[in-house]
Design a protein around this ligand. Structure first.
Ligand code: MD6
Ligand code: FE
Length: 211
């Protein structure tokens, strides 16, 4: 499957990235119900970066491991620091979707143990970063976008490499692996907008094999 469906040629600069437009739409109802359940158990919070700044993106997690940041650094933790309880387990609808997307992208045995849930309100952004707190870089990351659109920046292997802007819409799924796995990426400040099911926010689910 090529990156932009069948309308645009494959951009070889993005080898290792599969953009599955609308792949999550058929599961919308179950995903939103399961999302609500996860957030009831592990509420969204603005975590603190190692430099002491509150992130503009609010976060939660489900799965055996959850991605956290505080003054001590970025890491995966098996307890929610807010509740001191294990994170909720990855709901069946989340797991099935992530595995189906990984399979389409060529990863037959993706077994995520971590699902980071990001909530962007108007103006929230995620600066260019690499995902490198995971153990096994041969495993892909599966990223699901829900709610209002956002502009995703695909950079290179160096922070200063020029980034390509790609809009992501409700239901889009991106699978990252191979040579793309350590590329810098980020989300531009969210523009004010409203989605019929989610209101004025964007939700991103990123599934990983972290441990
Ligand atoms: C977001 N996503 O889409 C932020 N990281 O809100 C990420 O940081 C990300 O989508 C690694 C792989 C896929 C992603
Ligand atoms: Fe990331």
């Amino acid at each position: 499957m090529d990156l932009f469906g069948n309308t645009t040629p494959i951009d070889t600069a993005l080898a290792g990235v599969s953009l599955l437009k609308g792949f999550a739409l058929k599961d919308e109802a179950a995903l939103l119900a399961d999302l609500a359940s996860v957030i009831t158990q592990a509420p969204f919070r603005h975590m603190i970066t190692p430099n002491g700044f509150a992130m503009s993106v609010a976060m939660s997690n489900c799965g055996a491991l959850g991605w956290v940041t505080d003054r001590q650094g970025y890491r995966y933790a098996n307890l929610d620091p807010l509740t001191q309880k294990p994170w909720p387990s990855i709901p069946a609808s989340f797991l099935a979707l992530s595995q189906a997307a990984a399979l389409v992208a060529g990863y037959a045995d993706f077994t995520p143990d971590a699902c980071l849930v990001n909530r962007y309100q108007t103006g929230a952004r995620m600066g260019l970063h690499q995902d490198k707190n995971e153990r096994d870089f041969t495993q892909p990351i599966v990223s699901v976008s829900l709610g209002v659109p956002a502009t995703f920046q695909f950079g290179g292997l160096k922070r200063t490499d020029k980034a390509l802007n790609v809009p992501l819409y409700h239901g889009d799924v991106v699978v990252w692996g191979g040579e793309a796995r350590l590329r810098y990426h980020g989300i531009l400040p969210l523009k004010a907008s409203t989605h019929p099911a989610l209101g004025d926010v964007r939700i991103n689910l990123t599934f990983r094999k972290a441990g």
